[in-house]
Design a protein around this ligand. Structure first.
Ligand SMILES: N[C@@H](CCC(=O)N[C@@H](CS)C(=O)NCC(=O)O)C(=O)O
Length: 378
């Protein structure tokens, strides 16, 4: 019998942002068929509605076109009682924090371990890039073009000969700490995945947990993280190594010390980069005064607001400042604003311990909104 898939997910296996939406659909038990954005229908039917040529894009059985991983997840979460959003204060904020880390904070190692290890990764990447294109005479040339376009975009995240050792040290420290955290629980916040797990799986699946060189590192140095990556792409809980499993987030709004350690490491570049990116964007806003409703997000590397300059481990970094970081940060700050005073105090204390408290106050001069599948300036 032919199975019918009611949802269509336009994406590709090696795409970072597709990994977030795909994992959510899998964990939610939503039947879908994944189609490459190289399909004719992507240009003909999807693009006029999705507006930007990014993936993932979801087409619902009713024909609604939803672009952006967060919007795809929100489409289901708003209808299912927020199944994957922890309800207690600290866990809710930490979940959104990992959405920020997954969609912005880890782009640098994700790009580095894909594009600066080409001896190991080249054949694997070539397979994926060529098979994102339908068969036609220019297929090879198009694949080469896309590969060099993405490689160049990868350079914009600040990895140079000079900074590479710092990027690797930080990533390996993070990997070891996350591995340690996953000793006690199968997911970030306990026994089921959260919005934060879905954010984090973006870079950890397509790039860092799948491309040959970083996959090797993950399997050899962080087997629990490698298992979490597998787990995030299975419908069931997939935690047979835990002999007394629960089925919910941890009780009492608990944030394990092991997760605090992970966040402290991530704070090392998340904080200076976010601070510097906010300065760049605020400067751009002042100089450009975009009309309310204007699109705030171009496709990767095409809308450059400027380079965020910051230092880390004594090295100078220069990385493209992007608006998406502030889309998620704004969401986190809104969630914080809705907490009671006592809950806000709890969260502030936690973020202080992680070196992340400034995330509560760094703001752009203009808010970001969502209209017709795009992030817009309000
Ligand atoms: N904010 C979007 C970003 C999507 C995105 O940038 N996707 C990448 C692939 S992983 C893409 O389509 N890049 C092509 C381009 O920007 O031209 C989301 O979360 O879905």
């Amino acid at each position: 019998m032919k199975k019918s898939y009611s949802y269509r997910l336009y994406g590709i296996t090696h795409s970072l942002y597709t990994g977030r939406a795909r994992s959510y659909l899998i964990k939610s038990g939503i039947p879908f068929r994944e189609l490459s954005s190289g399909h004719e229908s992507f240009k003909a039917e999807v693009l006029p509605e999705s507006k930007l040529a990014t993936i993932p894009v979801l087409v619902t059985p009713e024909g609604e076109v939803i672009r952006d991983g967060a919007a795809i997840i929100e489409h289901f979460e708003s209808a299912n009682g927020r199944e994957f959003e922890p309800q207690s204060a600290k866990q809710k904020i930490v979940s959104t924090l990992f959405e920020l880390i997954g969609t912005s904070g880890l782009l640098r190692p994700a790009m580095h371990y894909r594009w600066n290890y080409l001896d190991e990764n080249r054949e694997f990447l070539h397979y994926h890039f060529i098979h994102s294109q339908p068969e036609h005479p220019e297929r090879e040339a198009k694949a080469q073009y896309m590969m060099s376009k993405m490689q160049n975009a990868g350079m914009l995240f600040g990895v140079t000969e000079e900074t590479m050792p710092a990027v690797e040290t930080l990533y390996l420290q993070f990997l070891a700490a996350l591995n340690q955290h996953l000793t006690e629980h199968p997911y970030l916040l306990g026994w089921k995945p959260s919005i934060g797990d879905f954010g984090l799986i973006g870079p950890m699946y397509a790039h860092l947990g799948r491309d040959p060189a970083p996959l090797r590192i993950m399997q050899q140095q962080a087997v629990r993280v490698a298992r979490w990556v597998e787990r995030m792409n299975r419908t069931d809980q997939d935690a047979p190594e835990f002999f007394n499993p629960g089925d919910d987030y941890l009780g009492d709004d608990s944030i394990p010390e092991t997760l605090v350690t992970v966040l402290k490491i991530l704070a090392e570049d998340l904080m200076p980069e976010t601070r510097a990116a906010a300065e760049v964007l605020n400067q751009w806003l002042e100089e450009n005064q975009p009309e309310p409703g204007t699109s705030a997000q171009g496709s990767l590397a095409r809308r450059i607001f400027g380079m965020a300059e910051f230092s880390l481990h004594g090295k100078s970094f220069s990385a493209a400042a992007q608006s998406y970081r502030f889309v998620i940060l704004q969401k986190m700050q809104l969630q914080y604003g809705q907490l009671s005073l006592a809950e806000q105090q709890d969260v502030t204390q936690l973020l202080q311990r992680c070196g992340l408290q400034e995330l509560l106050t760094i703001r752009l001069e203009r808010e970001l909104g969502w209209s017709e599948n795009q992030d817009v300036w309000l």
